[in-house]
Design a protein around this ligand. Structure first.
Ligand code: PLP
Length: 377
C-alpha cells in the first residue's frame, strides 16, 4: 500500500530530544524553543514567533488577542479545516463564509468587501495547499475597514507571496507542525505576531495569563496573574524534535517541490484529454508543495477513482466537507451568497500521496491514475 502521508524524519530528532532530556529543562521555553522562535522570526520576519501545541491553539490565541465580543463577525472561507472557524466560535463570534476562487481554491478576495457589516472584525485568509491568498487586496480591504487579518498559514510554511513569506503579512498568523504538514513535530504549531502591539499580550495569554516572560527577562520583579490566558506552550521535547525539522526546512521543501513537479508533468496529458484538472500555477507566488490535488469530473467519478486506486494499493483522500454545510457551521455561521465553487470543488477534489521518499513509487501512482481515468471515460 502506498500511504497518503508518511511523516519524514531527518534522523536528528532523537539526538536533540536526548539533549533536551540531558539538560533537565523539560517544560516549555527552553533552549530548543528559543532556537525555533529565532528561526521563525528570521525566516518569516515576524516581530514575534511563539510555539504552541498546535495551529488550532495558535488560532485560539489570535482570537483572544483580537478581543472579540459575542456577535462579532469573522470572514473566512468555508473550504477549510474546522479550526479556522472553531477558534472564533469559542469566543462567541460568527463565522461569515465566503466562496473561494476557482484557480487557487483560496478565499475570493473580490467577494470580501460585500460580506463586511458593522459587526465585522477579522478576515482569515487560509493559504490552501500552501498557495498564497491575494494578500495585497485583502490587506487593503482590512485597512480601509479597520479589520484585523489573521492568516491561517497552517499549510503555508516556506511559501512566498510577491517575495514575502506567508505568515508575515497579516497582523497575526498561525502555523501548523502537525505530522501531515511539511515541517512537523507530531502535534505542534506557532503563533506569528507581526503587529507589535500584540506581542506583550500574546506572551501573557500563552503563559496562563501571567507576566512570567517579562519576569524571566528581568522586566518585572515578581510574576503574577495579569490577564486571561491558558497554557499554549509545548514542552522542550516537542521543540527539540521540531528543531531537527527546521534545520532541514529548505531541503524538505525542495524535495517536495520535485515530487510535485513530477506529478504535474506526468499528469499533464490527462488534463489535455479533459480527464482531470491540475492545480494552477499563480504568478508572483512560490508555493511549498504542501499537497498535490486533482479535480475529477464530479462526486461520482471521484468516489469511483478513490476505490479503484485503493484496489491498486494507493491511498488517496478527499476533504473538506464545507464548513457552511456542517452541523456546527449551519448553527453558528452565516453564508455570504451561495458558495457554488466551494460546493462544487469539495465534491471533485482528491489528494494523492506526497511525502519525502515517495519518488521510487511515484510512477506507480501516476500509472494507476492514468489507467483508471482512461478506462472510466
Ligand atoms: C492542519 C490545519 C489546521 C490545524 O492544524 P493543527 O496543528 O492540527 O491544529 C488549521 N487550518 C488549516 C488550514 C489546516 O490545514
Amino acid at each position: 500500500m502506498i500511504p497518503f502521508n508518511k511523516p519524514y524524519m531527518t534522523g536528528k530528532e532523537l539526538w536533540y530530544i536526548a539533549q533536551a532530556h540531558a539538560s533537565g529543562h523539560l517544560a516549555g521555553d527552553g533552549a530548543f524553543t528559543k532556537k525555533c522562535h529565532t528561526w521563525l522570526e528570521q525566516h518569516i520576519g515576524s516581530a514575534k514567533a511563539l510555539l504552541t501545541h498546535s495551529c488550532t491553539a495558535a488560532l485560539e490565541m489570535a482570537a483572544l488577542l483580537a478581543d472579540l465580543q459575542p456577535g462579532d463577525e469573522v470572514i473566512m472561507p468555508s473550504f477549510t479545516f474546522v479550526s479556522t472557524a472553531n477558534a472564533f466560535v469559542l469566543r462567541g463570534a460568527v463565522p461569515v463564509f465566503v466562496d473561494v476562487r476557482r484557480d487557487t481554491l483560496n478565499i475570493d478576495e473580490n467577494l470580501i468587501a460585500a460580506a463586511i457589516t458593522p459587526r465585522t472584525r477579522v478576515i482569515v485568509p487560509v493559504h490552501y495547499a500552501g498557495v498564497p491568498c491575494e494578500m495585497d487586496t485583502i490587506m487593503e480591504i482590512a485597512r480601509r475597514h479597520r479589520l484585523l487579518v489573521i492568516e491561517d498559514a497552517a499549510q503555508g510554511i516556506m511559501s512566498t507571496y510577491k517575495g514575502r513569506p506567508l505568515g508575515s503579512i497579516g497582523h497575526m498568523a498561525a502555523l501548523s507542525f502537525h505530522e501531515t504538514k511539511n515541517i512537523i513535530s507530531g502535534e505542534g504549531g506557532a503563533l506569528l505576531v507581526n503587529d507589535r502591539t500584540f506581542v506583550e499580550r500574546a506572551e501573557i495569554i500563552r503563559e496562563k495569563g501571567t507576566n512570567r516572560s517579562q519576569f524571566f527577562r528581568g522586566q518585572v520583579d515578581k510574576y503574577t496573574w495579569v490577564d486571561t490566558g491558558s497554557s499554549f506552550l509545548p514542552g522542550e521535547l516537542v521543540a527539540a524534535f521540531l528543531w531537527a525539522q527546521m534545520e532541514e526546512a529548505e531541503k524538505i521543501t525542495k524535495q517536495r517541490l520535485e515530487l510535485w513537479d513530477a506529478y504535474d508533468n506526468q499528469l499533464a496529458p490527462l488534463e489535455e484529454k479533459l480527464l482531470l484538472m491540475r492545480p494552477k500555477r499563480i504568478p508572483e507566488c512560490v508555493h511549498n508543495a504542501h499537497m498535490y490535488y486533482i479535480l475529477l469530473r464530479n462526486l461520482e467519478s471521484r468516489t469511483k477513482a478513490i476505490s479503484a486506486w485503493a484496489k491498486d494499493g494507493i491511498s488517496a483522500v478527499f476533504h473538506y466537507v464545507p464548513l457552511h454545510n456542517s452541523p456546527m457551521g449551519t448553527r453558528y455561521g452565516r453564508c455570504h451568497g451561495t458558495l457554488p465553487i466551494t460546493s462544487e470543488i469539495s465534491e471533485r477534489l482528491v489528494r494523492i500521496p506526497l511525502w519525502l521518499g515517495l519518488a521510487p513509487q511515484l510512477e506507480i501512482v501516476v500509472d494507476a491514475i492514468t489507467r483508471h481515468l482512461n478506462s472510466d471515460s
